[in-house]
Design a protein around this ligand. Sequence first.
Ligand SMILES: Nc1ncnc2c1ncn2[C@@H]1O[C@H](COP(=O)(O)OP(=O)(O)O)[C@@H](O)[C@H]1O
Ligand SMILES: [Mg+2]
Length: 242
Amino acid sequence: MEKRPVLLAMNNITKSFNGNIILKDINLNFDSGKIYGLLGPNGVGKTTLMKMIVGLNVIDRGSIVFHTIDITNGNHEQMRSQIGSLIEYPIFPPTYTVKQVLSEQLFLMNIKIDQAYLIKIIDLLDLTSQSNIKVKNLSLGWKQRLGIARAVANYPKLLLLDEPFNGLDLIAVQKVTKLIQYLAKQGVCIIISSHNLEELANIADQLLLIKHSQIKLISQKQIDNNIKNYYYHQFSDWETKH
Ligand SMILES: Nc1ncnc2c1ncn2[C@@H]1O[C@H](COP(=O)(O)OP(=O)(O)O)[C@@H](O)[C@H]1O
Ligand SMILES: [Mg+2]
């Protein structure tokens, strides 16, 4: 079978803040239609990695190539509409309603509204009941759902979700999971970060563990073979240090 070209390539990337190396010599490839779980405790560099992809963090060296185009350090104006992201926490104009946030996003991205797709997203996230509520009156969990809806509204080829399950109740987690799985089936490449292995093990095709400024691949098989406990152990070690 012909191998599909890589959607996103991170080549030899190093990132430091004030002389502290956060990520060192990172080489990663991401393919369309796959879900990647980016795992690691607080402060390890998950958000930093996502911000590098969208150009919010300037890298020390290396390159980021998306769809064969070099997008290193935000050099990707024309690619912006193809990358959806929810990084850290969502920020909205407080007086907007849920509906307005979503239509504004599509307008800004200059995207022709695909009503069927939008309805599917709103339905999957159960946002219909909230559509006329002003953002400032939404609870944290609903804001998070709206942030996710906005990130996917323009049908991105690449979706970055930074700790998307934070603040969500179990039902919302299930809904977001379904949405992510639906998008992956449509060919979207999705990178989800979390400090919680269990959250990611259920959904990711490929797990990436950040440790000591490196990123290691962990196979689903390794997790199934109870390596899980080993990583939990590592996690508790780390947690005491932070
Ligand atoms: N703008 C910044 N300036 C200085 N240090 C930063 C900045 N952003 C992140 N860091 C540091 O980089 C490390 C990784 O942070 P981050 O990527 O936010 O971790 P995570 O998302 O995994 O919790 C932390 O030690 C954090 O303090
Ligand atoms: Mg973070």
